[in-house]
Design a protein around this ligand. Structure first.
Ligand SMILES: Nc1ncnc2c1ncn2[C@@H]1O[C@H](COP(=O)(O)OP(=O)(O)OP(=O)(O)O)[C@@H](O)[C@H]1O
Length: 251
C-alpha cells in the first residue's frame, strides 16, 4: 500500500448559515488518481480551496504526508475550471507563468517547459496566442503550466468541463495515457462519471449540500484504460449513487 499523501478527517465548512461540507473524510495515497464526483454546488471546489489555503475549515483535520496541513503550504499545483490562460501572453509565456511566480527567470522557466511541448501536443504553437488554439489545446497548455511546477499533488477542478463531448473524450484518453506514464498524485473534481471511471483508482461521491461522502468506489484496474464491461459497471454504480441523491432545495 502506498503511503498516504493527503488525509481529510471529519472536515466541515460553512459559509454563514449555509453548511457546505459536513464530516468529510477522504484520503489520497501517493501516486494515486482520486476523483471527487458530486452534484453541482455540493462543495467540491470548496474542498480544493481548503487545500490551497483560500480559507480554513470549521472542524476536522487535514494532513499531508502525516503532518497537519499548513495554509501557506506549497504541496499543490492547481488547475482551475476554466483554462485561465492569459489572452495577451503567448502559449509559451503562459506555460512558464507558474514557474516565474515561483521565482524562476523567464529564461530558466522556458528551458523547463519547452521540452514538454511535444508530449502535450503543443509543438509548433509556442508563439501562438490562446485564442488561436482549440479548446483541447488550451486545456493541455493549462495542464502543462500546472504539471511543470513539480508540486507533490495536482488539483484539477473539472479540467474538461467546458469542452464539447468529442474533445472531452479525446482529452480523457490523452490524460489517461499521460498519467499512466507519469503517475502524478492527482485529485480531480468532475461531474462526469465516465471520466471518473476511466481515470481513477478511487472515486468519492459526495451528497448534495451539506456534502458528505456517500460512496467510496475503488477501481483496481490497470492504466491506461479503454472502455470495457468493467468500466461500464463502475459508471453504472456511480450513476446509481448520483441518481439516488436528493437535490439541493435552491437548485
Ligand atoms: N466564499 C464563499 N462564500 C460564500 N459561499 C460560498 C463561498 N464559496 C462557495 N460557496 C457556496 O458553497 C457551496 C458549494 O460551492 P462549490 O463551488 O464548492 O460547489 P461545487 O460542488 O464545486 O459546484 P460546481 O460543481 O457547480 O462547480 C455553494 O452553495 C456556493 O455558493
Amino acid at each position: 500500500m502506498s503511503p498516504m499523501r493527503l488525509e481529510l478527517q471529519h472536515v466541515s465548512k460553512r459559509f454563514g448559515n449555509v453548511a457546505v461540507l459536513d464530516d468529510i473524510s477522504l484520503d489520497v495515497p501517493k501516486g494515486a488518481f482520486v476523483s471527487i464526483l458530486g452534484p453541482s454546488g455540493s462543495g467540491k471546489s470548496t474542498i480544493l480551496k481548503l487545500l490551497t489555503g483560500a480559507f480554513g475549515s470549521d472542524g476536522g483535520q487535514i494532513s499531508f504526508d502525516g503532518a497537519p496541513l499548513d495554509p501557506s503550504n506549497r504541496h499543490f499545483a492547481f488547475m482551475p475550471q476554466r483554462d485561465a490562460l492569459m489572452p495577451w501572453r503567448r502559449i509559451l509565456d503562459n506555460t512558464t507563468l507558474g514557474l516565474e511566480v515561483a521565482g524562476l527567470s523567464r529564461g530558466e522557466a522556458r528551458q523547463k517547459v519547452l521540452p514538454l511541448f511535444a508530449e502535450f501536443g503543443l509543438e509548433g504553437f509556442e508563439q501562438h496566442y490562446p485564442a488561436q488554439l482549440s479548446g483541447g489545446m488550451r486545456q493541455r497548455a493549462a495542464l502543462l503550466r500546472t504539471v511543470v511546477q513539480q508540486r507533490d499533488m495536482l488539483l484539477l477542478d473539472e479540467p474538461f468541463g467546458a469542452l464539447d463531448a468529442l474533445t472531452r473524450m479525446k482529452m480523457q484518453r490523452w490524460l489517461a495515457g499521460m498519467w499512466a506514464r507519469h503517475r502524478w498524485t492527482v485529485l480531480l473534481i468532475t461531474h462526469d462519471v465516465r471520466e471518473a471511471a476511466l481515470l481513477s483508482d478511487r472515486v468519492y461521491v459526495l451528497s448534495s449540500r451539506p456534502a458528505r461522502v456517500v460512496r467510496q468506489l475503488d477501481i483496481p484496474l490497470d492504466h491506461p484504460r479503454a472502455a470495457s464491461d468493467a468500466i461500464a459497471r463502475c459508471e453504472q454504480a456511480l450513476l446509481e449513487t448520483l441518481f439516488s441523491l436528493k437535490e439541493n432545495p435552491d437548485d
